[in-house]
Design a protein. Sequence first.
Length: 298
Amino acid sequence: MRRLTCLLILFFCVAGLVGAQELNAALMINHDKIQGFNEQVFNTLESSLTEFINMKKWTTATFLPNERIECNFTITVNSAENNRFSCEMQVQARRPVYNSAYSTTVFSFRDTEFDFEYTEFEPLEYTENMLNSNLTATIIYYIYMVLGFDFDSFSPNGGQQYFQQAQQIATMAQSTPSWNGWTAFANRRNRHALITAITENQGDVFHTMWYNYHRKGLDEMSANADRGRTNLIASLPALKELKAARPASILLQFFSDCKLDETVAAYSKATTQEKQEGYKLFMDLFPAASSRYESLKN
């Protein structure tokens, strides 16, 4: 009997490892701007959202506990009245670089249009093909975006199914006009703009670049630093192709937010010619951020 009990315990432990959730998210609600409001509401929401993100299984993929995607959701409350909240949210996610202690950012986005209604202790629920609130719709959208960019960094178009799910969320959310952040063409940097850019045909070059940058570039550096750096640099002209097709593409700003500083650092051991070519490329792509790559000029 004891042996059987031990085997059952081992089975359930292994089953738990195999079925581990995908995200290891830290969520924080900053309500410093709000005075005279019941702070416990924010504490309850913070706890509920953290559980909602981390405890649900969002994919059919197998994740071990140490493979869960590290991410942060930081919500800043700008105003609160009764059960209505006007907020901003910063979402960031990282993934480890192969055979190193370094983690690279695979998602970083600031959402300035995050308004929702919430009553303390109300359950946060999600049923496929049904959205209950702008709160859960927005959180779920970013969960799938994080998964999409993470999976894209490991295999060619590996995140496609998750981008499609994020697009489905965006499409459903548009049917409720009072939910902000989803309107087409209302804001060049809202949720609709981001998912449209990454799923339209012109975004194909970005998907290819994203994979080559991470798997053939960063992940190769531990085995051969020069080859990895060369591959990383070789992936970047795809951004110029994207700009030619979509001069105002949100994906260019997305890359700048996630990768520009890291890319400049990768150039640190490149040849003088490579640095100068990198400087010219960035001047074309990110002219307003010249101070961030000034080191490549000489």
